[in-house]
Design a protein around this ligand. Structure first.
Ligand SMILES: Nc1ncnc2c1ncn2[C@@H]1O[C@H](COP(=O)(O)OP(=O)(O)OP(=O)(O)O)[C@@H](O)[C@H]1O
Length: 380
């Protein structure tokens, strides 16, 4: 748990759970998730569709609406002073608990607004289509500044808008353009400029580039990650492009059935994924660099999130599942000694239940055997 002395932690999520209360039963979309995000850290969230990535990201920003309900846990935010010594939150919002944290889930609606605008920016999947079509993009940026930086004079707002456009690689004379006069890539860059306008400490991006072609997607994501590095802004981002995620994020968290099943440095996940699901996911994408692997998809599909029992949720699709996986839920914990920061929720790394821990090659062989059995028509 972070303490006041731990100045590197920006966000700490403890035991967070979210349900969607649907007519046919509660969907347990996020289940007891724990993670910590450092200042300026880029964390990529990956996992198949429906595994709870967006729900987790929106829960952290407290953006969920019914039928979604946060059923447990806490989201702690360590505001701290910025590198320039300033702090933007009003004094009463900064009021901290003994650990020096703001409990985001307990903020009043007014304080939450202050928190969101000053500390956090969110870029949604279709953000570039959410720009106001009857207002120039320049005026949209200046509007944000006028509303939230009341002391800023009109000239300074103009200068700041031009500076932001330059930062995201658009010529400042395009500030006079209306959204329809900009290409998709430029509109997305304008959205990023707006997200950066108030110098947030944390940006959350949910598939920010899905509507763009792959070349522009890559450019935009590279721009986002280099700006975050330059400005020491922390970023949580979700994209289906796992190879890009690994390239741009410092750390990657893999989600499955509402749980975080692996979290590690990008390079560790890439070179030696520990959780069989992470291995399967990585292997579903062709890679240009790094170790050659035979591509084998993960058989089956994710479980119904309304009827989850104890045990590992991945067991029915896992080539390595054994007895304990059926009834003991594996905790997210260090997998092997060589990479202590690499956490995996898998019994294969628990010496009390299974030994020895598998190497990446063993994971590969397990999937290959499964594929061969499947081709031979003998898969159970
Ligand atoms: N309004 C809703 N009512 C009921 N269930 C929902 C609702 N919204 C999402 N869910 C369910 O919650 C689970 C998690 O969804 P979520 O969108 O967070 O996953 P995701 O990993 O972000 O998926 P994607 O990559 O497709 O965006 C899914 O099973 C989904 O069907």
């Amino acid at each position: 748990m972070a303490t006041q002395a731990d100045t590197k932690t920006l966000l700490e999520v403890n035991d967070l759970s979210v349900d969607y209360l649907a007519a046919n039963g509660a969907v347990h979309a996020v289940r007891n998730v724990n993670f910590r995000l450092g200042r300026g850290e880029i964390l990529g969230l990956a996992g198949e569709s429906g595994c709870g990535k967006s729900t987790l990201a929106y829960a952290v920003a407290r953006l969920l609406r019914p039928p979604a309900y946060i059923t447990g846990g806490e989201v702690l935010y360590y505001a701290g002073a910025r590198t320039d010594g300033s702090t933007r939150l009003p004094r009463h919002v900064r009021a901290t608990d003994a650990r020096g944290a703001i409990d985001v889930l307990q903020l009043s609606p007014r304080d939450l607004r202050e928190f969101r605008w000053n500390e956090l920016s969110i870029v949604f999947q279709s953000a570039m289509n959410a720009l106001n079509p009857v207002m120039t993009v320049g005026n949209q940026i200046m509007d944000v500044l006028a509303t939230h930086r009341r002391n800023m004079k009109a000239d300074a707002r103009k200068r700041r808008a031009a500076e932001l456009f330059e930062m995201v690689g658009i010529a400042p004379d395009r500030l006079k353009s209306y959204p329809h006069e900009l290409s998709g890539g430029m509109r997305q860059r304008a959205v990023i400029a707006i997200a950066l306008a108030l110098q947030p400490e944390l940006i959350i991006m949910d598939e920010p580039t899905t509507a763009l072609d792959v070349v522009v997607q890559r450019e935009i994501l590279q721009l986002i990650s280099s700006l975050c590095k330059e400005l020491s802004t922390a970023l949580i981002f979700i994209t289906h492009d796992l190879s890009l995620l690994i390239e741009l994020a410092d750390n990657v968290a893999i989600m499955y059935a509402g749980k975080m099943v692996e979290k590690a440095k990008s390079s560790d996940i890439y070179l030696h994924p520990r959780h069989p699901y992470s291995y399967g996911l990585l292997n579903s994408f062709p890679t240009l660099h790094g170790p050659q692997r035979i591509m084998v998809g993960i058989p089956g599909s994710p479980p119904d999130l309304r009827t989850l029992a104890e045990g590992c949720s991945f067991r029915d699709r896992c080539p390595f599942a054994f007895e304990s996986c059926n009834h003991i839920t594996p905790p997210l914990s260090p997998a092997v000694r060589a990479t202590p920061d690499q956490l995996a929720a898998c019994h294969l790394y628990n010496p009390a239940l299974s030994s020895p821990a598998p190497a990446t090659q063993d994971l590969a062989s397990g999937y290959e055997n499964l594929a061969q059995r499947s081709v031979g028509g003998s898969i159970e």
